[in-house]
Design a protein around this ligand. Structure first.
Ligand SMILES: CC(C)(COP(=O)(O)OP(=O)(O)OC[C@H]1O[C@@H](n2cnc3c(N)ncnc32)[C@H](O)[C@@H]1OP(=O)(O)O)[C@@H](O)C(=O)NCCC(=O)NCCS
Length: 171
């Protein structure tokens, strides 16, 4: 049995959603496979509504457990869990002043899981006294980030994938 104190130390934040406890914690190497699987699911089921099949194919082919494992060493990752199941994740770098992505399981949308992941990350940027947060939003997520206080800066293109650069001032 895992000692209660060890569990408490691992769980960074928790909240209830539909009577299910949502736990936000730092991602570990063991989470890489589930993160890659969830990311592929999100790209094919959510992002596909805003992008062409060719763009989705280009996007999905770069998502793998190996790629996540590599990136876990170069940036900060957090995950949201419900009943020990991965339901969302976020990737960011306080040093670079950037949020790279927030993804939520298509079956758990609009339950404030994306906001919980964001709030955790924003607290880290504020803790490091960063003046702003930058990100490249997918077209489908622009409204989500606007609700969180981000404004549109410019369109950017990554191959076939169009995104919107957005920023939020923390001053
Ligand atoms: C964007 C995403 C992370 C939102 O996650 P979520 O858990 O459903 O969002 P939340 O429930 O925390 O929503 C917080 C607020 O934003 C709103 N919102 C959520 N998704 C939205 C969207 N796509 N467009 C506009 N508003 C949105 C909610 O209604 C809620 O508003 P409220 O506070 O007035 O009630 C999720 O849709 C997702 O994973 N999308 C695909 C991946 C993606 O493109 N991520 C962005 C990569 S940069």
């Amino acid at each position: 049995m895992i000692p209660a104190l060890a569990v408490a130390a691992r769980n960074l934040k928790s909240a209830m959603v539909d009577n299910t406890e949502i736990i936000i914690r730092k991602a570990e190497m063991d989470d890489a496979k589930a993160i890659a699987e969830l990311h592929k699911k999100v790209v094919t089921e959510i992002n596909s509504e805003s992008y062409s099949p060719e763009a989705i194919e280009e996007w999905a082919k770069d998502i793998s457990e190996e790629n996540v494992l590599y990136q876990l060493q170069n940036s900060d990752w957090i995950i949201a869990e419900a009943d020990d199941k991965l339901v969302g994740f976020g990737q960011y770098s306080v040093a670079d002043g950037e949020i790279y992505q927030i993804n939520v399981d298509p079956n758990f949308l609009k339950k404030k899981i994306g906001k919980k992941l964001y709030d955790y990350m924003e607290s880290k940027f504020r803790g490091a006294v960063r003046e702003k947060i930058s990100l490249n939003a997918t077209l489908n997520a622009v409204g989500f980030y606007q609700k969180l206080g981000f404004v549109e800066i410019q369109e950017i293109h990554m191959g076939l994938i169009k995104m919107i650069k957005m920023e939020k001032s923390l001053r």
